[in-house]
Design a binder for this molecule. Structure first.
Ligand code: GLN
Length: 317
């Protein structure tokens, strides 16, 4: 009785979201990220599963109201905002859309491509993308990012000052990547300012419900299904989801697409958002990560929901 092109009824989605949470609650594989000191304090027991539908309904199970820093999940939405402003071809020329096959913070990847960052989901490409945000000063660019991501979430997002301070004190590697990009003419602004805007965007506080709604906005052709506000165009959503499919889970993107069949983006604080075009999005949060930096319980819960809700894009039935 499941209509093609839509999710099963509200009760069934609710039941499956609860089942996904119950199934993986006790899984304790993986480790909390500690290269950013403020993240090391996260409670590894936290676990949230949310589903936001394009009709505006939201299912929230577990620690769905507990905030964490959005981290690399921000990259997907900043990319969408920049494409909306500049057009995707300009961004593609500067940043690219191909997987590096290397970890998200790789310096080697940049050198191998003579300074081309390859895609907007690794740190190099995200820095190059953030450098394209409109605004005369880093302060203006930061406000643009904060307001844009807030529109995706449907509420005012705020900076986690402690995470921002902690990462700013320890992000020598991102500073180095930004300098390297500057040397290749891939960023036009002062690198330190670009890194600061990037570090702030990563330190925005969200909960699992927020990332589900943000993802559902991409699923809904750019209209936030809860506020009904248009954030970006349909074309930008399509382009962003294509980039997420090939690069959103870093060097594990192929495995992820093979197993789960949905465009997705992870962050090192433990969030993952997976988008089912036209239908909705799954937002999960659990701080223990695998070696590529993707939440272990989040991956399993998303796989379960993709399977049981029939979301895999490559499945014909
Ligand atoms: N702010 C983090 C960094 O630059 C984001 C990385 C991530 O979430 N994978 O290292």
């Amino acid at each position: 009785e499941v209509a093609t092109g839509s999710l099963p009824g509200w009760d069934r989605v609710e039941e499956l979201a609860r089942a996904a949470h119950a199934r993986y609650r006790d899984l304790d594989d993986g480790a909390v990220a500690d290269y950013i000191p403020a993240l090391a304090d996260a409670d590894p027991a936290l676990f949230a599963v949310c589903v936001a539908e394009t009709d505006g309904s939201v299912h929230a199970v577990g620690d769905a109201g507990v905030e964490f820093s959005v981290q690399s999940i921000s990259k997907a939405f900043v990319y969408a905002l920049v494409c909306e402003q500049l057009g995707h071809e300009a961004v593609r020329e500067r940043v690219g859309v191909n997987n590096t096959g290397l970890p998200f913070n790789s310096v080697v990847a940049v050198e191998l491509q003579q300074g081309h960052p390859m895609n907007p989901m690794v740190n190099a490409g995200a820095l190059a993308t953030t450098a394209l945000v409109p605004g005369a000063t880093p302060q203006e660019r930061w406000e643009h990012v904060r307001e844009g991501l807030s529109r995706f979430a449907g509420r005012e997002l705020v900076l986690d000052e402690e995470v921002h301070r902690s990462e700013s004190a320890t992000n020598a590697r991102n500073q180095a990547i930004a300098r390297l990009l500057q040397s290749y003419g891939r960023i036009d602004h002062e690198p330190a300012g670009v890194v600061d805007v990037y570090t702030r965007q990563c330190a925005l506080r969200v909960d699992a419900r927020d990332i589900a709604v943000m993802g559902a906005t991409l699923a809904d052709g750019g209209v936030n299904p809860v506020t009904r506000e248009r954030v970006v165009s349909e074309d930008v959503c399509r382009d962003t989801l294509a980039v997420l499919a090939s690069t959103g889970m870093y060097e594990r993107s192929g495995d992820w697409l093979f197993e789960i069949g949905l465009p997705a983006k992870s962050g090192v604080a433990g969030g993952i958002v997976a988008v089912a075009p036209g239908k909705g999005a799954i937002g999960t949060f659990s701080p223990r990560l695998d070696a590529a930096g993707n939440s272990v319980r989040g991956q399993r819960a998303t796989a379960y929901l993709s399977r049981t809700l029939g979301l895999n894009l490559f499945a014909s039935a």
